[in-house]
Write a protein that binds this ligand. Structure first.
Ligand code: OGA
Ligand code: MN
Length: 429
């Protein structure tokens, strides 16, 4: 919209707002329609003026509608509640949005929609147990509700994986399979249904799910299943150092690998690493020590690895990467990391080998300590870097019989095809 047009609109909205004030006074603030109208005008104004104070006033008036209770017709009650809840979330107040959503559930008891939204809200604030209760209730009232089934499956799966409960994973998969058509274009459910099937050893079915998602343009490709993507970025599982655009910086890092290794091993021996918590492992031991997260340097951790961090800071493509991390990673013999996929195609992931157990000749043939990305296999060497795209399906093994741990530096760089504007504005992951 042209600037002049926008100013004109703001002026007339202010006029309208004043008229609503008069109406509100006449009706003693008891007319649901007048309150709703005032709220809508303020909502639009808040959008145009980008003002939180106006947004908060809009929330206030929507809430007034709800507090009139039975005097408000169902349809208007729903509209006011939905707008109010949406604005509260936008304002960053999800707990308040939950309370409004609960009012909608109570009032519109014979409609599945408010319960669905309440369940999702609980999930977004990490209250999975509460969400589960809501979706359970939904299914009791509406046994065929696919939306509830898919979401319940998602919740059951994450709990089952926490407890290594394969029967739970099976139930979760059944629920997601039954519900997935009720949540169209939701990549998350395809992602977790496929993953659940794979964990159960049902890979052919998992492949079918992934293929269907690709056909529906939910994933970029069968192997690349990230959900936060920028369209059109070059996509290949393995990258040469040169193609990253920071080949010479990577060479410099390689030249300093021994200092980096000293720092990693010293943090490791002081017990600084934290065990992996994403349920990606089915055996063994794997731990990490973060240095940069979402483009922010962790000062207390970097104090223990000062050279590594200052080297990373000379590579802005890595140190400012809001969609990535820099971390030491240790993997002990006997570890298998399930096939998994990173969240975004906006980064490339580099591994610098710091301590890599030597393989004997038979093992070397099988490369027993290895990473698979799509259909390519990579293996580490001390002082060497490889770069892959972790939005592609990848899997890791460390089953070297010499039983020494493998230590590497993992660092994510922005995809070289992103422009400055995109790097500044893309939300962090
Ligand atoms: C990864 C990965 C970690 C490791 O880097 O994305 O899954 O320590 N592997 O090998
Ligand atoms: Mn990974």
């Amino acid at each position: 919209m042209a600037i002049g047009q926008e100013t004109g609109q703001i002026d007339s909205l202010h006029l309208l707002s004043n008229q609503y004030d008069a109406l509100l006074e006449q009706t003693d603030h008891m007319s649901p329609l007048a309150l709703y109208g005032k709220a809508k005008v303020l909502e639009r104004l808040a959008e145009l003026e980008k003002a939180n104070s106006v947004l908060e006033r809009a929330i206030h008036f929507y809430r007034e509608v709800l507090f009139l209770g039975p005097a408000v017709p169902d349809g208007l009650y729903r509209l006011a509640g939905e707008h109010c809840s949406k604005l509260l979330q936008f304002r960053g107040w999800p707990s308040k949005a939950i309370r409004v959503q609960q009012m909608l559930v109570t009032r519109l008891d014979n409609d599945p929609q408010p319960r669905r939204q309440l369940g999702v809200l609980y999930l977004t604030v990490g209250k999975n147990q509460e969400a589960e209760i809501v979706f359970d209730e939904l299914l009791q009232k509406y046994p065929g509700d696919k939306y509830a089934m898919a979401h319940l499956g998602f919740i059951v799966k994450s709990r089952a994986l926490d407890k290594n409960d394969m029967a739970g994973v099976e139930r979760a998969v059944d629920l997601m399979q039954a519900g997935i058509d009720g949540v169209p274009q939701e990549g998350l459910f395809y992602f977790h249904l496929g993953d659940g099937l794979r964990r159960l050893g049902r890979s052919a079915e998992a492949d079918g799910v992934y293929q269907k998602a690709v056909d529906n343009k939910i994933f970029p490709s069968f192997w690349q299943r990230s959900l936060y993507n920028v369209d059109g970025l070059k996509a290949q599982p393995v990258w040469t150092l040169k193609d990253t655009g920071i080949g010479s910086e990577l060479e410099k890092l390689k030249r300093n690998w021994k200092v980096i290794r000293e720092e990693a091993l010293s943090v490791l021996s002081s017990g600084g690493f934290a065990a992996e918590t994403e349920n990606l492992r089915d055996s063994g031991k794997w731990a990490q020590f973060d240095l940069f997260v979402r483009g922010r340097k962790l000062d207390d951790h970097c104090a223990l690895a000062p050279v590594t961090c200052s080297l990373i800071e000379t590579i802005p493509l890595v140190s400012t990467n809001k969609r990535g991390q820099v971390k030491f990673s240790v993997m002990y013999a006997g570890t298998h990391v399930h096939a998994h996929t990173g969240p975004t195609n906006c980064r490339l992931r580099a591994h610098l080998g710091l301590k890599v157990p030597r393989s004997n000749s038979t093992e070397a043939a099988q490369s027993s300590t290895r990473l698979r990305v799509a259909d390519k296999y990579l293996t580490w060497a001390e002082g060497e870097v490889f770069v892959f795209d972790d939005s592609f399906d990848h899997e890791v093994w460390h089953d070297n019989v010499q039983k020494e741990e493998r230590v590497i530096l993992i660092f994510d760089l922005w995809h070289p095809e992103l422009d400055t504007e995109q790097k500044m504005t893309l939300p962090a992951i």
